[in-house]
Ligand binder design. Structure first.
Ligand SMILES: Nc1ncnc2c1ncn2[C@@H]1O[C@H](COP(=O)(O)OP(=O)(O)O)[C@@H](O)[C@H]1O
Ligand SMILES: [Mg+2]
Length: 359
C-alpha cells in the first residue's frame, strides 16, 4: 500500500448542497443559482460548487480559505465522511462516491489517514498506545504494531515519551502523536484539516518543518487545510483558494503571490513577505551580451531573501541564475532584488511609485 505511485486524487465537478431536498436544487445551482439565493428561497446551504482539483500523487495540496468557505466540507469528501450531491472523487482512478460499505471501510483504513485540529487522542492511552491504535484496529499483531509505532514516534521527535499520557504533553507534542498515529497507518493519502491551526506560532512553524522534512521521505499525497496564507505558501506544492464553496484560484505559491486572480486573493497576498516567497525567476533579467557574471551562481527556485543573503556576501556585480542542470537562464544583482522588495512594499503602502522609478 505504501507504493509511492499511489494516492493521486482527482475531484471532478463536485457539488454539495446541505438540506433535506438537496438533489432537487442541483440543476438550479449548476445553472447559476447563488449561495445566497439557494438559502433565501429554499433554505438549503451551498457547501461546494463545481470543484475541480487534480492532486498529483506525492505532493502537498493546500486548500485555503476563510472560515465557512467549504474547506472541511471538501476534505471530508475525499474519504467520504460526506456524500456529495453531485460529482466524482477519484483516488487512484477509483470513484470513492461509488464504493459500497465494505469497499469504503477498506479504503478508509488502508488508503487514507487523518490528522485533526483537536488531536483526537484517547486520554486513557499513552503515546505508544495512541500511536498504534489504528494498527490494533486493523488486527496487526502487537509486537509488529509496537515496532511500527516506535519508528514513527522517533521520526516525529517523541522518543522517550512513549509512556506519557496526552494530558502530560504540550499541544505541539500532542499533535506530533496525532501525526505519528496517522503515519503508522502507512496510507498513501494524508488528510490534515487545520491540523496546526490551534498551535502557537513557533510550535506551528516547527510542525510545518517536521511535515516538510518527513514528506521528502514519505512522499504521500497530503491534503492540508489552513486559513493561513503564510502556512499555505510554505507547505503547498499546489494551493487552491476557496470562497463561498468555490475555487477562486489554484496554482503554485508563485502563481498566487505574483498573479492573484481577484481582489479576494490580492487581499490575502498583500500581507505576505514576498522576499520569503517569490523566486528569483520572477526578478532576474535576460543575460546581456558581454556580461560577465561574478560570484556563485544562484539556482532557480531560490527566494529573493536567500538570494540577497548570498549576493550581499559576494563580490560586486551581476550574478548568473542557473537552472537545475547549471545552465544560465538570466542574471540578478542586488539592485534588482531590492527593487522587487521595495516594489512589493509600495503595493501595500500605495505610495504610487513604479518599479522603474525606484530602480
Ligand atoms: N451539516 C451541515 N449542514 C448545513 N450546513 C453546513 C453543514 N456543514 C457545513 N455547512 C455549511 O457549509 C459551509 C462550509 O462549511 P465548512 O466546510 O465547515 O467551512 P470551513 O471548513 O472552510 O470553515 C458553511 O456555510 C457551513 O455553514
Ligand atoms: Mg473547517
Amino acid at each position: 500500500m505504501a507504493d509511492h505511485h499511489f494516492g493521486g486524487i482527482k475531484i471532478r465537478h463536485l457539488y454539495k448542497i446541505f438540506g433535506p431536498n438537496a438533489q432537487a436544487h442541483v440543476d438550479a445551482v449548476k445553472n447559476g443559482l447563488t449561495k445566497a439565493e439557494l438559502n433565501e428561497r429554499y433554505g438549503h446551504v451551498l457547501g461546494l460548487r463545481d470543484i475541480n482539483i487534480e492532486m498529483p500523487s506525492g505532493s502537498i495540496q493546500v486548500i485555503m480559505g476563510l472560515s465557512g468557505s467549504g474547506k472541511s466540507t471538501l476534505i471530508r469528501h475525499i474519504n467520504r465522511l460526506i456524500d456529495p450531491t453531485a460529482g466524482e472523487v477519484l483516488v487512484d482512478g477509483v470513484d470513492v462516491v461509488k464504493m459500497n460499505e465494505q469497499e469504503l471501510r477498506t479504503f478508509r483504513r488502508h488508503q487514507t489517514a487523518m490528522v485533526f485540529q483537536k488531536f483526537a487522542l484517547l486520554p486513557h492511552r499513552n503515546v505508544l498506545d495512541n500511536t498504534l491504535y489504528g494498527l490494533e484496529v486493523q488486527g496487526m499483531e502487537r509486537a509488529k504494531a509496537v515496532d511500527t509505532a516506535m519508528r514513527w514516534i522517533e521520526r516525529v521527535g517523541l522518543k522517550g515519551f512513549e509512556s506519557k499520557y496526552p494530558n502530560q504533553l504540550s499541544g505541539g507534542m500532542q499533535q506530533r502523536v496525532g501525526l505519528a498515529r496517522a503515519l503508522s497507518n502507512d496510507a498513501p493519502v494524508l488528510l490534515m484539516d487545520e491540523a496546526y491551526s490551534a498551535l502557537d506560532p513557533l510550535i506551528r512553524m516547527d510542525m510545518q518543518t517536521v511535515l516538510l522534512d518527513l514528506q521528502k521521505e514519505i512522499r504521500k499525497t497530503v491534503v492540508f487545510i489552513t486559513h493561513d496564507l503564510d502556512e499555505a505558501l510554505r507547505l503547498g506544492d499546489q494551493i487552491a483558494i476557496l470562497r463561498d464553496g468555490e475555487v477562486i484560484q489554484q496554482g503554485t505559491s508563485q502563481d498566487i503571490v505574483l498573479r492573484p486572480a481577484d481582489d479576494y486573493v490580492a487581499n490575502f497576498v498583500k500581507e505576505v513577505n514576498r522576499g520569503r516567497v517569490v523566486h528569483v525567476e520572477a526578478v532576474m533579467v535576460p543575460m546581456r551580451p558581454g556580461c560577465l557574471p561574478v560570484g556563485t551562481p544562484i539556482e532557480v527556485g531560490t527566494t529573493i531573501e536567500d538570494a540577497m543573503r548570498m549576493i550581499a556576501h559576494g563580490p560586486d556585480g551581476d550574478v548568473a541564475v542557473v537552472d537545475a542542470e547549471g545552465k544560465p537562464v538570466g542574471i540578478l544583482n542586488l539592485r534588482l532584488l531590492a527593487g522587487a522588495l521595495v516594489s512589493a512594499d509600495r503595493d501595500t503602502k500605495q505610495t504610487g511609485a513604479s518599479l522603474a522609478e525606484v530602480m
